[in-house]
Design a protein around this ligand. Structure first.
Ligand code: NAD
Ligand code: ZN
Ligand code: ZN
Length: 449
């Protein structure tokens, strides 16, 4: 802990402007939020360095995350987004300009950026709670609901600082030493698709397993076969889980997952099919009579499945549904572990808290402190222990962002994960030319390229 005098000196030094200066006359392309289901690709001036610890990153690739869909569908609280906000928090590229205090990076370095902005030296960051950084989120909006607030995140609303995102040609990265990870040059080993998901969803999948303490011999059930759920299953298998159940309501996603995960321990379960025969809990118990050791939520608040919660959410009587969490509480074994990486915002009605208490469950939840895991996970990618790129179904130019959001959200064209490329990307795409897709995916997914 620092002495009071030191803290105030540090706070002063850590004040980084969110909307920094721009370079006039150097326009860049950026993906902006303009309202519910309204994505616009526009030209704006590119960002300039605003602080000695900044880097200006020239983006090559930028993915769309399930968390972006909360913004896309207009499910974030009113006023938390402003027209023209630049989206994107899963991106990588090359260092373009370096602030004077950034010592570990040089122009031209190839880097992945994490979604969470960490200062690296506040109390939270020193405890590796990087998503809870005390210094990167100026907004006080969360305090009304939580008394405290998270750290800042790129491109993820004014609740998390209003930082410009990385679905753009350039982005300013504050505290760059802390928030950029150097990756080998693409010519040496890995293309963007191999490493970009270190910025968020691969680390989130790992975090889900860490919070559930997924260990050798465990049985694990995962709700949600989106990119996060599928990669969580991959991580659970890598950690030696005996059985992994993957649950979704979209058949194509379950079929897709079956072709990419180790079939020896995998069971997929379509929630829609079990709606009228005792539900998902009964179906899981058909496979594991005592229930899974670990249950993982990788769905998030904007998918209500029952009429009750759809109605209550639309009337503003609650912010989030209890559908998946109640299914998890009733499904997991007595004394089991629950891990929640799906995003929740606020109040939930009809929450079966008694079930949680009486069954003696343990639950952990949270946004992923990417910096805690990404170095180790890069090694696992290099050793081929993990292969996050298997979830990527679409590569599109940044200019096609509106269509990319639409097919990802509406579950069209076999979409599971989209990566957008800027004009600075010099790799070849689409990915199936390089072996990501198999024949069945080509049948279910069409790409304009
Ligand atoms: N904690 C973190 O740091 C972190 C990081 C990244 C993403 N997330 C969150 O993780 C969640 C998943 O992200 P994603 O990118 O995979 O998104 P996604 O929207 O593609 O995936 C969610 C999946 O859940 C499925 N689903 C909906 N209702 C269901 C139900 N009742 N039962 C089972 N499955 C159901 C959907 O069909 C979809 O396939 C989102 O809430 C996202 O915000 C959290
Ligand atoms: Zn995300
Ligand atoms: Zn911090």
């Amino acid at each position: 802990m620092s002495a009071p005098g030191e803290t105030s000196k540090m706070e002063k030094k850590l004040t980084v402007p969110v909307c920094g200066p721009t370079v006039k006359g150097e326009p860049m392309t950026a993906v902006t939020w303009s309202g519910s289901r309204d994505i616009r690709v526009v030209e704006v001036d590119r960002p300039a360095l605003a602080h000695p610890e900044d880097v200006i990153l020239r983006v090559t690739s930028s993915a769309i995350c399930g968390s972006d869909l909360h913004l896309y569908t207009g499910n974030f609280p009113k006023g938390s987004m402003t027209k023209g906000d630049i989206l994107g928090h899963e991106f990588m590229g090359k260092v373009h300009e370096v602030g004077d205090d950034v010592k570990n990076l040089a122009q031209g370095d190839r880097v992945v950026c994490c979604f969470d902005i960490s200062c690296g030296r506040c109390d939270a960051c020193r405890h590796e709670l990087y998503t809870l950084c005390d210094k990167s989120n100026d907004s006080t909006a969360q305090e009304r609901l939580y008394r405290d607030k998270s750290g800042g995140y790129f491109g993820y609303s004014h609740l998390t600082g209003g930082w410009a995102g990385g679905q753009a040609d350039y982005v300013r990265v504050p505290f760059a030493e802390q928030n950029l990870l150097k990756v080998p040059s693409e010519h040496e080993r890995h293309g963007d698709l191999d490493v970009i998901l270190l910025s968020d969803v691969l680390c989130t999948a790992w975090h889900a397993c860490e919070m559930g303490n997924v260990s050798k011999g465990d049985t694990v059930a995962i709700w949600g076969a989106g990119p996060v759920g599928i990669l969580t299953a991959q991580c659970a298998q890598h950690r030696g889980a005996k059985k992994v159940l993957l649950i979704d309501q979209e058949k194509y996603r379950l079929d897709f997952a079956e072709r990419r995960l180790d079939p020896r321990s995998l069971v997929t379960l379509n929630g829609r099919q079990h709606q009228h025969d005792g539900g998902v809990a009964k179906a899981v118990r058909g496979v594991l009579p005592h229930g899974p050791d670990v249950c993982i939520e990788a769905v998030g608040f904007h998918y209500a499945s029952t009429l009750l919660h759809k109605a209550e959410m639309s009337l503003g009587l609650e912010t989030d549904p209890a559908d998946v969490m109640n299914e998890i509480f009733t499904t997991v074994r007595k004394g089991g572990r629950v891990s929640v990486v799906g995003v929740y915002l606020g109040y939930v009605n009809h929450f079966n808290f008694g079930c949680f208490m009486e069954k003696g469950l343990t639950m952990k939840a949270g946004q992923t402190p990417v910096q805690r895991y990404w170095k180790d996970l890069l090694k696992k990618i290099e050793n081929k222990d993990l292969e996050p790129r298997v979830v990527i179904t679409h590569e599109l130019p940044l200019e096609d962002a509106a269509r990319a959001y639409q097919i990802f959200n509406d579950k069209q064209e076999g979409c599971v994960k989209v990566v957008l490329h800027t004009r600075f990307y010099d790799g070849h795409y689409p990915s199936h030319e390089r072996g990501v897709k198999d024949d069945e995916d080509v049948a279910e997914t069409s790409s304009p390229h």
